[in-house]
Write a protein that binds this ligand. Structure first.
Ligand code: GRF
Length: 197
């Protein structure tokens, strides 16, 4: 049984989708912890409702980000966490943290990488006039939205579709694909060679 920690900064809909999928689809894993860097993150309410242990680790309590990540590493190791899942986590990891959990940290990004890295990707792609949108799940390295790609999914924008409507369709796709990627990782079905997975 693999132990999973989810790191989330905000809404936490992917966190909830993962917890439910792991329970429903009998993925041999347990989401045993949700860690947030944001006191008011709605993900905390979800953790409470889902009965998942949660921890608010305040970056402001640490004068250097290295110290913050050292503390996080201690917490995750104490919990014997095998896999770290980023779900709307709005912080860049340190190289040491990435090294400690090498090829065991995954992230989801609401765009077809390498296009539209960074924040507000859906809105930027929408305003750019893109016709095809999507989702990428990838291993995490030291750079933003950069590591080897595990899964991608795409969808076409409908004529006259609003940004809101498009966003909610993309999030639905995220909630479907993220558990699939996690299942592959949990079952040791992913081999990484350079950028190839
Ligand atoms: C998702 O769109 C994810 O791809 C991006 O941040 C958003 C988080 O949403 N990294 P939620 O907090 O899981 O609802």
């Amino acid at each position: 049984m693999k132990k999973i920690a989810v790191l989330a900064s905000g809404n936490g809909s992917n966190f909830e989708a993962l917890v439910k999928a792991v329970r429903r689809q009998k993925i041999p894993a347990e989401v045993s912890l949700m860690v947030t860097d944001c006191e008011k993150a709605y993900a905390r309410n979800r953790a409470e409702r889902l009965g998942v242990n949660q921890l608010f680790l305040n970056p402001k309590d640490y004068s250097h980000r290295q110290d913050f990540y050292r503390k996080l590493t201690v917490v995750l190791k104490k919990e014997k966490i095998d896999i770290v899942v980023l779900a709307g986590y709005m912080r860049i990891l340190t190289a040491d943290f990435v090294k400690t959990f090498k090829n065991r940290i995954i992230n989801i990004h609401p765009a077809i990488l390498p296009a539209f890295k960074g924040v507000d990707s859906i809105k930027r792609a929408y305003q750019y006039g893109c016709k095809v949108f999507g989702v990428t799940i990838h291993f995490v390295d030291e750079q933003i939205d950069n590591g080897p790609i595990i899964l991608q999914g795409s969808l076409k924008i409908n004529n006259g579709e609003s940004l809101n409507c498009l966003e909610s369709r993309i999030h639905k796709l995220e909630h479907k694909l993220y558990p699939q990627a996690l299942e592959l990782l949990v079952n040791n079905r992913l081999k990484v060679k350079g950028r190839m997975v």
